[in-house]
Design a protein around this ligand. Structure first.
Ligand SMILES: Cc1ncc(C[n+]2csc(CCOP(=O)(O)OP(=O)(O)O)c2C)c(N)n1
Ligand code: SF4
Ligand SMILES: [Mg+2]
Length: 278
């Protein structure tokens, strides 16, 4: 309990910004807890952290935490974060986005940040829908599911955010759920330690929009769904393709080394100042 009180006092803007806007039972609160614990474990000073977000229920998160924070425009969090990282390479820049923020309006920024391998950590809460604006479908709404703009059935096929990140070049990609909070915390910590573009996708629930429209039950029942459909990468390796049909993998999906953009950029700048090119 003393540990929780310490975290609350250290990291939340408890005297300024609460009560928060999230619905009771929303997964974003669990994600916030995991994020703060992971940052606490890394040992960074609060002033060394920059938390950047766009707009959305998830995008609201930096408002509540006592780091350097930027609450920017929908879909452009990664562009603001890129500017911060290039201007102040010594800072740890973490970008918090919803699925819409990251791969709908912000999709092009996302693939190019990954391709460029700029040293940012993207934390993406995938709740399958545009939560804040009333439950419209997003690029992660599964085929056949309902949203307020696909009232009969979504006829589009959804993005797999983590696979997109792997293909686009991210050096670290992890996927967790808000049910598996401890795993999530560990994935975030690993992502923060990685130099280059790292991604943590978090399968979460929006019970008041997506869950209600698809009759998926309460927040607790939606978390039970996460428990029953998530399979660790290690377990999945032992399973047959048919057994994995309605499951998704959690854990570390990729962890590789590639030169990070801002280091390469500094190298080129040094050549322009007369340092000999090797
Ligand atoms: C340029 C622009 N387009 C659209 C909007 C309206 N808008 C605000 S949040 C949002 C979607 C939020 O969905 P997501 O990013 O998945 O976050 P969630 O609320 O689900 O956490 C939209 C479309 C906006 N604020 N700015
Ligand atoms: S609308 Fe959905 S995503 Fe937004 S706070 Fe409520 S439950 Fe969470
Ligand atoms: Mg969303």
């Amino acid at each position: 309990m003393a540990e929780v009180t310490k975290l609350i006092h250290n990291y939340l803007r408890h005297d300024k910004k609460f009560p928060h806007v999230w619905c009771p039972g929303c997964g974003i609160g669990i994600m916030l807890g995991a994020l703060i614990r992971a940052i606490d474990h890394t040992g960074y000073d609060k002033d060394e952290i920059v938390l950047v977000s766009g707009i959305g229920c998830t995008g609201r998160l930096p408002v509540y935490v006592d780091f350097n924070t930027l609450h920017t425009t929908h879909g452009r969090a990664l562009t603001f974060a890129t500017g911060v990282k290039l201007a102040k390479p010594g800072l740890k820049v973490i970008v918090v986005m919803g699925d819409g923020d990251a791969v709908a309006i912000g999709g092009n920024h996302f693939i190019h940040a990954a391709r460029r391998n700029i040293d940012l950590t993207a934390i993406i809460v995938n709740n399958s829908v545009y939560g804040m604006t009333g439950g419209q479908y997003s690029p992660t709404t599964p085929y056949g599911m309902r949203s307020t703009t696909t009232v009969y059935s979504n006829v589009e096929h959804s993005f797999n955010i983590s696979e997109l990140a792997v293909t686009a070049g991210a050096v670290f990609v992890g996927r967790g759920t808000v049910y598996h909070a401890k795993l999530l915390e560990g994935l975030m910590e690993k992502a923060f330690h990685k130099v280059g573009f790292s991604v943590v996708e978090i399968i979460s629930h929006c019970h008041t929009q997506f869950g209600r429209l698809n009759r998926m039950g309460s927040a607790v029942e939606m978390m039970q769904w996460q428990r029953d459909h998530a399979v660790t990468v290690e377990k999945a390796a032992q399973m047959k393709e048919a057994q994995l049909k309605d499951k998704f993998k959690i854990g570390i999906l990729v962890d590789r080394e590639l030169p990070a953009y801002q280091d390469e950029y500094e190298k080129v700048r040094s050549w322009s100042k007369g340092v000999e090119k090797k």
